[in-house]
Design a binder for this molecule. Structure first.
Ligand SMILES: Cc1cc2nc3c(=O)[nH]c(=O)nc-3n(C[C@H](O)[C@H](O)[C@H](O)COP(=O)(O)OP(=O)(O)OC[C@H]3O[C@@H](n4cnc5c(N)ncnc54)[C@H](O)[C@@H]3O)c2cc1C
Ligand SMILES: NC(=O)c1ccc[n+]([C@@H]2O[C@H](COP(=O)([O-])OP(=O)(O)OC[C@H]3O[C@@H](n4cnc5c(N)ncnc54)[C@H](O)[C@@H]3O)[C@@H](O)[C@H]2O)c1
Length: 593
């Protein structure tokens, strides 16, 4: 089905991207399970946590909170660091983590490494264990004297493992291969002859689903092996040291980490039916491949799914509110990405427009999308398509968490934190012993950022001050080819330079000069370095090209460790490898130092 209006392709758009990969703690996976508790999932469906169910979940939490009267003496009066004196002398746990996504998991594993004892909480089917825990007489965990618990209301792994990074990368692995097999020009250049490529939709969907199950099991087993007992239950904060788990259990903990993540954000006026108007939660199941799909939002999710859908034969129309596709990324890299990832593919787009109303397909009628001008709000167009994917960002999952019990007011749903992830209350004061990591604090909605923040918090609660440098955290978009970045974009660097009174310089290298890239017939690519010529500081690196997501780490590690260009340019790279693209990049920079 096609649009009732002609869709013209604008020529001025420019993108630029970033991203990451799932954090694996494979070193922890090999342990023999030692926990006496048999880990089982409660079988709660994700839908119970989805956007529409959020209200239900929140009201359930509110009911639960209302029913539970904190025992006096066990709860610290809110928002006064000195009030900690009213806390119990001893706690059920030293560290309690609410949410077993990648952030919570990363924090939990690091806590084990630091000697913290892990005792997870999973409710519903775990009455016996819960009673033991709520009675404060838990006997679980390792022989260390410290105790930690992780609370999960759905399934271990959270968004990344079940509805995010992991299944999406499985689909992208398929789209990458399909692209290669479909590119006659590419195959011919390599001297290959391949019969027409095809795919089995269910087989592709199974690959994504199986991978998610596998990684979920790995995560679960890694915590189990380290003595983690996970009880499922919705965690509600009753006070600074007290959390209700499920409907009746309460636990106390010296420190608490909130790691409750996010859910798809669906703008007002858009009706998601889960079939023809979908979010990434639905799209990852690949229940059908529409002939024509509109993707609302051209950020990470939109771009990655455009790669998947076009490889599987769909026509894609982007609807983007800002004036260019993939806004927010370095404009030069974005322009190149658009030339390679958008223009030659079966993709067109509308920029500077909001999807103000989307109605699912019904009774033989297509999905309709009403577009309004993003600035004037005047009606612009109506599209008729087979399906619409809503990829307009993510909303923090913090409703009903009991934040009112610690006097915390969210900002657009995000929990305010300082640079050490310490939660800030309504009066601007730090809430003692409560931290928030990952998507729920909105600092950087990436899996490895959530995990790194969790590790940083564990460092602090175990006595070592630590501040995570978010400018050293890489990001990648796993399109074909990939896009990656770390640090500042060129406009951001220019703004900072102007404010702080220094010069910036730019260096670039092309994949066309790289032997390995040319051997692969993948010479389309660019690496860009933004730096200070006076002292060799690396301000940002952006890469578009084959394996860009892997290549970025030399730059992100350099930023994290404070390595300057005048030092890193002497590092030796194996030949012929793609890493020589960065070698060339650093060598071509001119530092006066
Ligand atoms: C389609 C898609 C693809 C993505 N791809 C990538 C990628 O390639 N690389 C990347 O870095 N990032 C990617 N992301 C982003 C990444 O998934 C998130 O940044 C990451 O999952 C955030 O981790 P988290 O631990 O903060 O939260 P989550 O992973 O959302 O986990 C939070 C957990 O807390 C639980 N929970 C919530 N409230 C409660 C409560 N009150 N009590 C108990 N449990 C609770 C939830 O059930 C959930 O299990 C992607 C996201 C999507 C949607
Ligand atoms: N590879 C990765 O690391 C990866 C992959 C997928 C998702 N993620 C994470 O998930 C998060 C969510 O991804 P996302 O792509 O949904 O969000 P995003 O913030 O990356 O992009 C959303 C886009 O939607 C546009 N938009 C918002 N409302 C709109 C409307 N009403 N009409 C038209 N356009 C609108 C925005 O301008 C923006 O370009 C990201 O923040 C990212 O960190 C990461």
């Amino acid at each position: 089905m096609h649009s009732s209006l002609s869709l013209s392709i604008a020529s001025h758009t420019s993108p630029a991207i970033a991203g990451s990969s799932h954090i694996s703690h494979s070193s922890a996976f090999g342990f023999v399970p030692s926990s006496p508790i048999n880990l089982r999932f409660c079988g709660l469906r994700r839908e119970a946590f989805g956007f529409s169910a959020l209200k239900h979940s929140a009201s359930r939490r509110a009911r639960l909170s209302g029913r539970t009267t904190p025992r006096s003496g066990n709860v610290v009066a809110v928002s006064s660091p000195s009030d900690n004196g009213t806390a119990p002398k001893s706690f059920d746990y030293d560290l309690l983590i609410i949410g077993a996504g990648v952030g919570g998991h990363g924090a939990a594993l690091h806590a084990v490494e630091k000697g913290l004892r892990l005792v997870g909480l999973m409710c519903v089917r775990r009455r016996r264990e819960e009673r033991r825990v709520s009675g404060g007489t838990s006997v679980l965990g390792s022989s260390s004297g410290l105790k930690t618990a992780i609370v999960e209301g759905d399934v271990v792994g959270g968004t990344c493992v079940n509805r995010g990074c992991v299944p999406s990368k499985a689909l992208l692995a398929v789209s990458g291969r399909m692209r290669e097999l479909q590119s006659e020009h590419h195959l011919k250049a390599l001297g290959l002859q391949v019969a027409a490529a095809g795919y089995d939709r269910q087989g592709v969907a199974d690959h994504a689903n199986n991978l998610a199950s596998k990684i979920r099991n790995n995560l679960t087993n890694s915590m189990k092996a380290l003595g983690v007992d996970i009880l499922t239950g919705v965690g509600t904060i009753l006070g600074p040291h007290k959390v209700q788990v499920g409907s009746s259990n309460t636990v106390t903990s010296k420190d608490i980490i909130i790691a409750t993540g996010s859910v798809p954000f669906v703008p007002k006026g858009i009706e998601v039916d889960g079939k023809t108007v979908i979010t990434s939660d639905h799209a990852l199941k690949l229940e059908f491949v529409p002939d024509w799909i509109a993707i609302v939002g051209s950020g990470y999710i939109g771009l990655e799914f455009s790669d998947v859908y076009t490889a599987l034969g769909s026509e894609v129309t982007f609807v983007e509110a800002l004036d260019q596709l993939m806004p927010g990324f370095d404009p030069e890299i974005g322009k190149l990405a658009q030339r390679v990832l958008i223009n030659p593919r079966n993709i067109d787009y509308h920029t500077g427009v909001f999807a103000s109303k989307i109605t699912p397909a019904k009774d033989g009628k297509p999905v309709t999308i009403e577009l309004i001008d993003a600035k004037t709000k005047e009606p612009k167009d109506t599209l008729e398509v087979d399906a619409a994917l809503i990829a307009t960002g993510r909303a923090p999952f913090t409703q009903g968490l009991g934040l009112e019990n610690i006097n915390v007011v969210t900002q657009r749903g995000f929990i305010p934190v300082d640079e050490r992830m310490r939660v800030i209350d309504a009066n601007g004061k730090l809430v003692p012993h409560i931290y928030c990591i990952g998507d729920a604090n909105g600092k950087m909605m990436l899996a490895h950022a959530a995990s790194a923040q969790g590790i940083s918090v564990v460092e602090q609660v175990t006595g070592r001050d630590h501040v995570l440098n978010h400018l050293s955290i890489p990001a990648a978009c796993f399109t074909h080819p990939e896009i990656s970045m770390v640090g500042l974009t060129e406009p951001q660097a220019r703004e900072k330079a102007e404010k702080e009174g220094f010069e910036i310089s730019i260096a670039k290298t092309s994949f066309k000069a790289n032997t390995k890239a040319l051997a692969e017939n993948e010479g389309e690519g660019l690496a860009k370095l933004i730096y200070r010529p006076d002292n060799g500081e690396i301000l940002g690196v952006h890469i578009f090209g084959l394996h860009a997501a892997d290549l970025i780490h030399e730059a992100s590690n350099a930023i994290a460790l404070g390595t300057r260009i005048q030092d890193i340019k002497f590092a030796v790279h194996a030949h012929p490898t793609l890493s020589e693209v960065l070698d060339e990049l650093f060598k071509s920079a001119k530092v006066s130092h």
